[in-house]
Design a protein. Structure first.
Length: 155
């Protein structure tokens, strides 16, 4: 009739409530790394690396360090590498450093001095076979990845 419940099971089954966004105002200066599993907005000065889920760099922000996040919105100044699945540079953005991205959006007027390199979000595995269409007949060829010479041919 009565069932004794285990309190630790009830805690594990409750859904995680997202944390409130972290805001660093323009009068704050931080030296050191910032790590957050949630959303961070920075309008102040940071000297150090930033790890976050979503990062918004405000117009008055000055960041000197690496940024690693899922989504980055830049309106201010960043000196250092940005590594994110999605990066958006507003017209007021000033970037000195490389951007490794899945998706990149740059508004007209944004300043970027560095390289942009697209990273594969989902890397596709290849099995070494090529499908060739020769005179209307499909042929599979296996290529040795070192020599790049055909090894077998299946009709």
């Amino acid at each position: 009739m009565f069932i004794k419940s285990n309190k630790s099971n009830n805690i594990e089954n409750t859904p995680k409530v997202p944390a409130n966004p972290t805001y660093i105002s323009s009068d704050i200066t931080i030296t050191g790394d910032i790590k957050s599993e949630g959303e961070v907005q920075i309008d102040g000065s940071i000297t150090g690396n930033i790890f976050a889920d979503t990062l918004t760099v405000g117009e008055t922000a000055n960041i000197n360090g690496e940024i690693n996040a899922e989504v980055v919105y830049v309106h201010g100044k960043v000196i250092g590498e940005i590594n994110a699945k999605s990066v958006a540079l507003a017209k007021t953005a000033h970037i000195q450093g490389d951007i490794l991205h899945g998706n990149l959006s740059i508004d007209q007027g944004a300043f970027l001095e560095g390289h942009c390199r697209r990273m594969d979000i989902e890397k596709k595995q290849t099995d070494g076979t090529l499908k060739l269409l020769v005179k209307g007949v499909s042929k599979d060829k296996t290529i040795n990845k070192i020599d790049r010479n055909p090894l077998t041919e299946n009709n």
